[in-house]
Design a binder for this molecule. Structure first.
Ligand SMILES: [Zn+2]
Length: 334
């Protein structure tokens, strides 16, 4: 589908619940692809079909740019670059993450499992998380990023240039590629029209001394990233799933307001006394928390970070599991 002069969207199949992923082809020199889809036969088929409809093939690609570490977006990048000889461009922290995908995914799993246990989740449910992750990770693959980008860099093509901006939150490596002259961005999963992007429990990446076992304040980072994007005053954002975001400013305001409202809901749950993050998840979602422990705990911990930053909640890290309580209230009977 042609979206703008020289910009096409190809829907690539994924085996995941999110449905197809949007891959963008920029008809320029070099011929450029934004994301690739997962490492999956049906994904490759739909990518090839989409490229053929535009009149090109995988072999014609000269550059592949990657928006973030999630495998529905980047799993196929290694294969695509091997077949085409295309350069692969991405943030330097993404390059470090993807060079040994299995090791990075294992480090993510270990940190997430430890975090969940520290926050009161049943260890059996935490172990289940690890096995689910092992099953999904086979749609990922290691990728060598040949063109390591830094925030603020410009990718210069024949007809347009793209500003590379870091937007951590949904993942630590989220990146948007902005065509400043045309007023649009390729946003990956940073801002999606149909679904609110999850700010997931993730490690802090980047730098030699980044603590590998510490949790990033994903939702706080995400909100800061949304505000930075809001300042760009973009006309449209081409997201990684669903239709383009046609009024980025309005959608960002809506997303921020929704997060504020949800944080207040968690605050209400704490009015009856201190709770662990897992107790909060169960109180808020019931059975859904048990079915989707990782997503619901990411939500709870993210919004607790927000409440802690606003000095509405305090976190007792000396407790096992960690307890959260409303600022100034007493811990009674725990
Ligand atoms: Zn994603």
């Amino acid at each position: 589908m042609l979206l703008e002069s020289g910009v096409h969207c190809i829907e690539v199949a994924t085996p995941f619940r999110v449905g197809p992923v949007n891959v963008y082809l920029i008809d320029d020199d070099p011929l450029t692809l934004i994301d690739t889809g997962p490492n999956w036969g049906s994904a490759l088929e739909s990518l090839e079909r989409g490229l053929n409809e535009i009149g090109v093939g995988v072999g014609n690609l000269g550059l592949v740019l990657l928006t973030h570490q999630h495998i529905d977006h980047v799993g196929l990048a290694g294969l695509v670059s091997r077949r085409s000889g295309a350069e692969v461009g991405g943030l330097d922290i993404l390059a470090d993450y993807l060079v040994d995908y299995d090791a990075s995914a294992a480090a993510d799993d270990a940190m997430r499992e430890a975090t969940m246990c520290r926050h009161g989740i049943d260890p059996a449910i935490a172990a289940l998380l690890r096995s689910t992750s092992a099953t999904t990770s086979r749609w990922g693959a290691s990728i060598v990023i040949t063109s390591r980008l830094r925030p603020g860099d410009k990718v210069v093509l024949r007809d347009r240039s793209l500003r590379v901006l870091a937007r951590s939150g949904h993942s630590p490596t989220d990146t948007i590629f902005v065509d400043e002259a045309a007023g649009f961005a390729f946003g990956g999963d940073h801002l999606l029209s149909g679904i609110s992007s999850n700010a997931l429990v993730d490690r802090i990446l980047g730098g030699e001394d980044a603590p590998s076992d510490r949790r990033a304040p994903s939702l706080l980072n995400y909100r800061e990233s949304l505000r930075k994007t809001q300042e760009l005053d973009l006309r449209v954002v081409f997201g990684g799933h669903g239709p383009p975001v046609l009024d980025p400013d309005a959608l960002i305001r809506k997303r921020l307001a929704h997060q504020d409202a949800r944080a207040l809901e968690f605050l209400e749950h704490l009015e009856s006394g201190p709770l662990t993050a897992w107790e909060l998840a169960l109180r808020h979602w019931g059975k859904i928390a048990e079915q989707q422990p990782f997503l619901t705990m990411s939500e709870v911990l993210g919004h607790l970070d927000l409440l802690i930053a606003a000095e509405r909640v305090v976190e007792h890290v000396d407790r096992d599991p960690v307890l959260f309580q409303i600022t100034g209230s007493e811990i009674i009977g725990r």
